[in-house]
Write a protein that binds this ligand. Sequence first.
Ligand code: KMH
Ligand code: ZN
Length: 312
Amino acid sequence: MASSRNRKTIITCAVTGAIHTPTMSDALPYTADEIARQAIEAAEAGAAILHLHARNPKDGSVSIELGDFNAFLPRIKQSTEAVVNISTGGDISKTVAERLGPALAFSPEMCSLNMGSINFAFHRMAARYDKWKFDWEKAYVERSEGAIFRNTFKDLREAAEALRPHKVRFEHECYDVGHLYNLKFGLDQGWFKAPIFIQFVMGILGGIGPEVDNLVFMKRTADRLFGDQYHWSVLGAGAAQLPLAITAAQLGGHVRVGLEDSLYISRGRLATSNAEQVHKVRRLLEDLGHEIATPDEAREMLGLKGGDSVAF
Ligand code: KMH
Ligand code: ZN
């Protein structure tokens, strides 16, 4: 399962996230209309999974309010077959119990689960901007220098227990090799069920760097810990996004793109939309001979409960 070269490649698109702010790109969606439209276009471009955060529609600040999710989830469901994956990482100032709210309320097919506590730092971006569109942005970005993104073992256990009745498949976000061992611990405890889906998150300051050696190290470690019990994908932050996606696919993995992880389409050029990134990675992968998984093929591979079993 983990290293098959014949199997199709799943593209996940992470549409808006909780790192970038409106000043950084006019393309970053934050109203419900923009999030829905960009998510639908990304699905049309070939994304089988849509990883979704909500934003405050007035100023683009991060939100885990149910109403902000409810403003776009039904529209996405009506217009695409894509798998909806709701973030449980949305606001690092909130507890895991609070961050689980949207996943518990909407019972999606998938949701993210961050597999360890890190100093999730993106404060370096603050120095790039003199003028900000909204008041909250600068302080928010700077605050990440001292912010602990808390995901303790107790948090992970409680998240798994709370979501068990919902039969949600996790996108296990692993920011470093140690997080794979945290996941192994949870699997051994019975918190999670195979097949597991691991997102190797590379290039976030506070986590592992985006070098190919590190990707091979992550994959080898996961192969050793999880054997044929897992699927994996890579998310490269910033400039690492496309190169790591292509390398991952060549190694038998799946890929994640989207404006949550990078605002760019090429060196120095901002992407105009999420779909532009999906089109590009799809074109490159297909040129290299990879086939792209449809949403139903992704459901089959990951053992998902199905798009009819969600609560939105
Ligand atoms: N909010 C970020 C610190 C996830 O979607 O689960 C992490 C995050 C990951 O957003
Ligand atoms: Zn996310």
